[in-house]
Design a protein around this ligand. Structure first.
Ligand SMILES: Nc1ncnc2c1ncn2[C@@H]1O[C@H](COP(=O)(O)OP(=O)(O)O)[C@@H](O)[C@H]1O
Ligand SMILES: [Mg+2]
Length: 362
């Protein structure tokens, strides 16, 4: 599968940000381990991974707030690896809104504009336009303490974008907000990012947020990028077991190799696209299991429904496999399909594990 197909090469002309072989240690601890990442002009890439995997450190290194031990960073064709933060031309947004509490909303937004050669009227116009853009027209004279968390983060976003930086860096900008506000701001940030066509790198530990907002996702673990790809590539073709487990729900079946395209799971033989010359684990998403297979479908397996959870738009069903006591599978299905299946464990049914949906990890 062409997981790397959408990853531009270092020297591709449409790459804006190029991070090359970055290493960063804190004492004996390796926070970033040979990290390379290319982000295209106007692209939005999310850094996604568990707490402590190095997301913030990578963002801060790109911002010049940390200094890498080795490796280089290029933006817009220039080597920014050794430049101080203020010479790197980016806007940044953190989880904490970091507004100046004693400055008005307008003064906060104008803050980054004072270094640009603009007169008072131009600054005022720019502030008004930015506040309009983030849906806070008319709030110029309020103070941060008078605004909700979501509104404060809008002001912080306006402040970050006001000087027209060529790169936007976002570190968990929505984590402090409640679910409804967060969802709305996800949409707003994505809309602004597209309309400014601004190259954006956003840190999040929330996979749904990453899926909803990014062109591509870089999944990180222990200081490394495990996989970088579109949300669909990451979800449907995880490159490593870590990515498969970290994103979405997963089923795992331990196998022994039988032939080039078949494996054995405790006496049950399954067809796969390609079996490596080793034992390993099969991976399958819950919705990929076919609960109403045709009589001649590949990989038909007899099962019983032992449990189910109703999730409104679908059911999550637990299946025990007749031939494999002790192994169970999780299957997701729409209610229309569920209605056609036997109720519970009193009766068996045939399911199928489509070979194209079975991914093999040696
Ligand atoms: N200034 C520092 N000194 C020592 N260790 C640090 C420092 N900054 C980060 N770390 C460590 O580096 C690791 C990665 O941190 P961070 O990049 O903040 O992770 P994330 O943002 O993915 O949660 C963590 O184990 C953290 O404790
Ligand atoms: Mg962090």
């Amino acid at each position: 599968m062409p997981v790397s197909a959408s990853i531009p090469a270092d020297d591709s002309p449409d790459v804006f940000l190029s991070v090359r072989d970055i290493n960063k240690r804190f004492g004996a601890f390796t926070a970033l381990d040979q990290v390379s990442l290319q982000v295209k002009q106007g692209e939005m890439v999310c850094l996604l991974g568990p707490s402590g995997c190095g997301k913030t450190t990578l963002l801060r290194t790109i911002a010049g707030l940390e200094r890498q031990d080795s490796g280089s960073i290029h933006a817009g064709g220039r080597d920014i690896s050794r430049l101080p933060p203020q010479a790197r031309d980016y806007g940044i947004l953190f989880q904490s809104y970091a507004l100046f509490p004693n400055l008005s909303v307008a003064q906060n937004v104008a803050y980054g504009l004072n270094t640009k050669r603009l007169n008072r009227v131009q600054i005022q116009q720019r502030v008004t336009a930015m506040l309009d853009m983030v849906g806070l027209a008319g709030s110029e004279h309020k103070f941060p303490g008078q605004l909700s968390g979501g509104q404060q983060q809008r002001v912080a976003l306006a402040r970050a974008l006001a000087p027209s930086p060529s790169l936007l860096l976002l570190d968990e900008p929505l984590s402090a907000l409640d679910a409804q506000v967060r969802e709305h701001l996800q949409f707003e940030i994505r809309r602004l990012q597209r309309s400014f066509n601004i190259t954006t790198l956003m840190v999040t530990h929330d996979q749904e947020e990453a899926m909803a907002m990014s062109d591509r996702i870089a999944v990180m673990q222990a200081g490394r990028i495990e996989q970088c790809g579109t949300p669909d590539q990451i979800y449907r073709h995880p490159a490593t077991p870590f990515v498969a487990d970290f994103i979405g729900q997963s089923n795992w079946l331990p196998f022994q190799r039988m032939a080039n395209n078949s494996v054995d799971i405790g006496g049950l033989s399954l067809q796969v696209e390609y079996a490596p010359n080793a034992s390993g684990r099969l991976f399958c998403r819950p919705e990929a299991i076919n609960l109403l297979p045709a009589a001649d479908a590949d990989n038909r397996v007899e099962a019983r429904i032992t449990d189910q959870i109703y999730l409104g738009n679908r059911y999550r069903i637990t299946l025990a496999l007749e031939q494999l006591p002790g192994l169970s599978l999780m299957a997701d299905t729409v209610c229309e399909v569920r209605d056609q299946l036997p109720q519970m464990a009193s009766q068996t049914l045939w399911i199928a594990l489509p070979r194209h949906a079975l991914q093999v990890f040696a």
